[in-house]
Design a protein around this ligand. Sequence first.
Ligand code: EPU
Length: 306
Amino acid sequence: MDREAWLSWLNNVKARVRMDAPMRDRTSYRIGGRAGALVEPGDLDALQEILARGNAERIPIRVVGGGTNLLVSDRGFRGIVVTLGKGFDEVKVTSRTDAGGVVYAGAGAQIGNLLRRTAHADLGGLEFLAGVPGTVGGALIMNSGTTTEFIGDVVESVEVVDGEGRFWLLPGEEIGFRYRRTAYPVAGAVVGGSFRCVNRPRKEALADIRNRVRERRKTQPLHQSSAGSVFKNPPGESVGRLIQEAGLKGLRAGDAEISTVHANFIVNRGQATARDVERLVLEIRRRIGTELELEIHRMGEPDHEA
Ligand code: EPU
């Protein structure tokens, strides 16, 4: 399918479509070239059609959430970027028991919104996510959390649309949640998730959330553009500590900088490119160990050396 054919197809789907959309506007790094098309389906039917037809036509498709763990290359991505917004951002309590309840959130809901709504329903159990930026969908792909508590631990079920456009409701146990990694039995888009919560007075839950955000602000450069931890921690280690001990805090490549607040964060001081970030990644691996595993996800055509 060529570009004209894409455009006329997408224009007939219930979706917001932007051709040649700058991905820097869609990532917390504020870095990245353009996507061939940025598509926001209006409802589940539209998402199912986009995934089914796009994959059948072999158009490269990537689903992105809040873009808070994402490095998009400077050359951008030639395919379709699907993002879930309105129509996929509902948060609601779906059942209650004496001990707690289940809260459903659409993949496009902001994590902060899920936490606030849960607390206001006098429920708790998700507070460890306080201060994690991004969407519920992204958190369900990354198994977000701290180093000891993970969203996967409280997932009752996840709604998914697979690459052929079929809808699945998967129990949490089938998802293969690991440390900052998941193994969904189907490839496609996460549409929403249900979370097991416990009774907690709202004042207590809200105070807990506020305290955790305050703590995070002290140890992480939340006021600067970043994508959170760049590398996963090896078992029993903290990459941030290792990078600091190697004296690399503050090291710059172009406008990218190894954060002086938390060394496992790379921050964009304004005009950083994906290549700048990649140069720092390379340097950290050279100094600390080539086996360091990236936590951030890459997207797009690689940026070759000029
Ligand atoms: N440390 C340093 N220098 C630094 C950073 C950290 O010495 O520049 C030391 C700290 O003093 C502490 C230890 O390393 O003794 C651990 O640091 P921290 O508590 O900040 O945790 P982390 O292992 O660096 C992990 C997650 C974060 C999460 C925090 C808090 C990973 C890769 N990172 O960081 O998650 O917010 O714990 O729960 O697992 C993310 O995944 O994007 C993320 C931000």
